[in-house]
Write a protein that binds this ligand. Structure first.
Ligand SMILES: [Zn+2]
Length: 203
C-alpha cells in the first residue's frame, strides 16, 4: 500500500470529521487560486453521485485543487466518465480513488422502483444499476434493506467495471500506484464510512 494513498485517505476522513462537527478549515481562495495557476495535483479522486446533498469538496472539507471529482446519478459509469478518472490516475498520478455512494440515493431508488425499466437515457442509467439489483434479489435481501443493499452492491459493481473496462486503472491498482476504496456517505449524520478499504480485481 502506498503511503501516499494512506495519507490521502486519512486526509479525506479527517476533513469529513471537520464537516461532521461543522468546523471547516479556513480557506484563502485568493492565495490558493494563484498557487494553482502552475497546475493541479489533487491527492484523491472521488467518483460520487450527482445528488446536490453529496458534494465531495464540502463533505470532505477540501479546497481548490485538492480532489478530482466525477459525479453522475448513482455514480454510474460510461466511457467518458471512465476516461475522466483515467486522466487523474495516469496523468495526475493521483494515489487514491474513492467510489462514494450514499444512503437514500434517488437514482438507486428509482431504478429499484421501476425494476430498472425506463425510456431513453434514464433507461440506460437504470440498466447500469440492474446487476446490483439482481445480486440483492439473488441474496434474498429483505425489502426493508433492499435499496441500501443495492446501493452498497453498486459500489462493488462499479469497482469491477473500472477494472474490466479500464486497463489503465486496473494496472495502476494492481501495481500499487492507486488504491481504490468503496465508501458510503450518510445524509443525516454527515459521516462517510469505508465499506471496502482496498479493491483488487477478482480475476
Ligand atoms: Zn444518489
Amino acid at each position: 500500500m502506498s503511503d501516499a494513498a494512506t495519507t490521502a485517505l486519512n486526509e479525506l476522513l479527517a476533513g469529513n470529521q471537520r464537516f461532521v462537527r461543522n468546523e471547516p478549515a479556513a480557506q484563502n481562495f485568493i492565495a490558493r487560486r494563484q498557487e494553482l495557476l502552475a497546475g493541479q495535483q489533487p491527492f484523491a479522486i472521488v467518483l460520487g453521485c450527482s445528488d446536490s446533498r453529496v458534494p465531495p469538496e464540502l463533505l470532505f472539507d477540501q479546497g481548490l485543487g485538492d480532489i478530482f471529482v466525477v459525479r453522475t446519478a448513482g455514480q454510474v459509469l460510461e466511457a467518458t466518465t471512465i476516461a475522466s478518472i483515467e486522466y487523474a490516475v495516469d496523468h495526475l498520478h493521483t494515489p487514491l480513488l474513492m467510489i462514494l455512494g450514499h444512503d437514500n440515493c434517488g437514482g438507486v431508488t428509482a431504478a429499484v422502483t421501476h425494476d430498472c425499466r425506463g425510456e431513453g437515457n434514464i433507461g440506460v442509467l437504470f440498466s447500469k444499476i440492474l446487476p446490483s439489483l439482481e445480486r440483492a434479489r439473488k441474496m434474498e435481501v429483505p425489502a426493508s434493506e433492499f435499496i441500501e443493499a443495492v446501493t452498497d452492491f453498486n459500489l462493488d459493481y462499479l469497482a469491477e467495471q473500472l477494472f474490466s473496462d479500464s486497463p489503465i486503472i486496473r494496472a495502476a491498482v494492481t501495481e500499487g500506484r492507486c488504491r481504490m476504496v468503496g465508501a458510503k456517505y450518510f445524509l443525516g449524520s454527515g459521516e462517510v464510512k469505508i465499506l471496502t478499504p482496498n479493491y483488487q480485481p477478482s480475476d
